[in-house]
Write a protein that binds this ligand. Structure first.
Ligand code: AMP
Length: 562
């Protein structure tokens, strides 16, 4: 389609007038990043001036950056958790926001083992939809809202599955129906996606486990009775019809031993995979490449339950080069230099969006329309460059995350507590865990946590713990991990049973020797609580004396929502 040259964009030629407007908007926002930031902060502060939270800091009606920075403290979720809990308990007063809280989003981040709750306001969801309309990634929690159900028609946003299947809370029924729909429309599919890489791999795993039944349904033209949701059955009844040829094709492809390139065999017109493979998700790139025959991986968006942050303006770039451009209209952004973070007694000086320096690392701090003020997101970002005056960031990592398979994020203290709790089962055997380390094994689907234990039995006459006891230690560790981990294990099946590998006594000393031989200082050496360096893992694996797996599922029940 010819496009008016007045609408052309420095980002590239727009495909149509609607796209040209979106690109124009990105240009405006990024060219005037500082002015937009000033306006956003003033808007947030004036509309939320009468909130209980902001009144505490006596801004006296000021909406400028300097007053704000000098009076309002930088906080974490835990600091504002009592206020959020009051809102969750039904307190309708203007606690964090003067606008009514329209819904709670649950973050995959946890606090004291439970999911963080993020109150949001309707208008904030509109703002996110605006960002979303600039590119088309999807956030999981957003799917579940009225916003999703009433989303405006967008040609980028056509899904193979009906809303009823996408929104069904039962993960088997939802996934099964979505897979049937995807297979029926296999030649129309242009992109395959999930928010995170782990989700897409789960779908492939689902196909591996269920292709025979799926093919059977396609042959008969009727949906498996395990999908019992009446709304799904009703709408699928109108879509499904017998297609023996397709059924045979599915069986033929899926029964092959070799699943190399299965995605492009089944969905031959797929142009790219729309999945986030930055941060912890980078571990899945080789597996995605295997199943897709190396299709491009598009990381389109950087977002969270707290706020949507920005877009990858070059979504087809190599995954190692992905940078996200923060959109200055989404929130007021500040950046805590990552280094200064170490000196705890010194109040760190936060930097404004346009003042960050290329090559430096920062922790993201946000002030949102929904009422979070100077809130530390916990993400570490490195500046790679600028688009106009808006910086672009490489997502470095989430702070303090040691292990992650899916949306779970286990930090050092959680792992420590889990090891402590599990090792209590060994005390009757006069045995303790003297050292441990871990890694996220994602070579198999679903991935699982592997914990290496070195044991010490104090009393030689005591029985050493048997296989069953160590299996129970695996489950005990899982019971101690946070609710997102347990949900992934129990409801989503996206994490496999936890594994403990007991290593020979003296192994961790060898590990230290190895580190020192590579230049570590003996005074500073600390046992790494997570390993991913191949020679170290080879060393550990060559010293394994026994292997144990969790035999059951940990407890988990859905968090009560408002
Ligand atoms: P949640 O709170 O569950 O919505 O998760 C949000 C978190 O997921 C962010 O704070 C990041 O740590 C991570 N995340 C979101 N988008 C990306 C991305 N594009 N690349 C890497 N990590 C991301």
């Amino acid at each position: 389609m010819a496009v008016d040259s007045a609408l052309s964009s420095p980002l590239g030629p727009p495909a149509c007038e609607k796209d040209a407007k979106a690109l124009q908007f990105i240009e405006e926002m990024t060219r005037n990043a500082d002015a937009v930031q000033e306006r956003v902060l003033a808007e947030i502060l004036s509309r939320n001036a009468e909130t209980e939270y902001l009144k505490r800091f006596k801004l006296g009606g000021a909406t400028d950056r300097q007053t704000f920075k000098s009076k309002v403290p930088v906080i974490t979720y835990e600091d504002v958790q009592p206020e959020i809990q009051r809102i969750a308990n039904g307190d309708r007063s203007a606690i964090l926001s003067t606008h009514p809280i329209s819904e709670f989003l649950t973050s995959s981040g946890t606090s004291a083992g439970e999911r963080k709750l993020m109150p949001t306001i309707k208008e904030e969801l509109d703002r996110r939809q605006l960002l979303y309309s600039l590119l088309m990634p999807v956030m999981n929690l957003y799917y579940k809202s009225d916003h999703f159900k009433t989303r405006p028609y967008d040609p980028y946003n056509v899904y193979t599955s009906p809303n009823e299947a996408i929104l069904c809370p039962d993960s088997f029924q939802s996934m099964y129906t979505q897979m049937v729909c995807g297979l029926i429309q296999r030649s129309q599919v242009l992109r395959l996606g999930a928010v995170f890489a782990s989700g897409l791999l789960r779908a492939i795993r689902f196909l591996q486990l269920n292709w025979a039944e799926l093919a059977q349904d396609i042959r008969s033209g009727s949906l498996n009775s395990r999908v019992s949701d009446p709304e799904i059955r009703d709408c699928m009844g109108r879509v499904m019809k017998s297609d023996p040829e397709l059924a045979q094709f599915v069986e033929q492809e899926c029964s092959k031993e070799n699943w190399d390139g299965i995605i492009t065999r089944i969905w031959p017109n797929t142009k790219y995979l729309d999945v986030i493979v930055t941060g912890a998700m980078a571990q899945y790139i080789p597996t995605l490449n295997y199943y897709s025959g190396g299709l491009p991986l598009a990381c389109t968006m950087y977002a969270s339950s707290e706020c949507y942050f920005g877009l990858n303006l070059n979504p087809m770039c190599k995954s190692s080069e992905v940078s996200y451009t923060i959109m200055p209209n989404m929130a007021y952004f500040e950046f805590l230099p990552h280094e200064s973070n170490r000196v705890s007694s010194v109040q760190p000086k936060l930097v404004d969006l346009v003042d960050v320096e290329v090559g430096k690392e920062y922790e993201l701090v946000i002030t949102t329309y929904a009422g979070l003020n100077r809130y530390r997101v916990g993400d570490i970002l490195r500046v790679t460059g600028f688009h106009n005056s808006a910086p672009q960031f490489h997502f470095v990592r989430r702070k303090n995350v040691l292990l992650s398979i899916d949306s779970d994020k286990t930090d050092e203290s959680e792992l420590q507590r889990a090891v402590e709790n599990a090792s209590k089962l060994l005390s009757v055997f006069k045995t303790s865990v003297v050292e441990y380390t871990s890694y996220a094994d994602t070579k198999t689907i679903p991935g699982h946590y592997v914990i290496y234990w070195e044991l010490l039995t104090k009393d030689d006459s005591a029985n050493s713990p048997c296989h069953e006891v160590l299996n129970r230690c695996c489950l005990e560790m899982e019971e101690s991990l946070n609710s997102v981990y347990r949900q992934c294990r129990v409801a989503d099946h996206s994490i496999g049973p936890l594994e403990i590998r007991v290593v020979k006594s003296g192994t961790f000393e060898e590990l230290m020797d190895y580190a020192i031989s590579r230049g570590a200082s003996i005074n500073q050496y600390k046992v790494p609580r997570c390993v991913n360096f191949t020679p170290i893992m080879e060393l550990l694996d060559s010293r394994v004396v026994s292997v144990h797996f969790s035999q059951g599922l940990p407890h988990w029940s859905p968090q009560r929502r408002r």
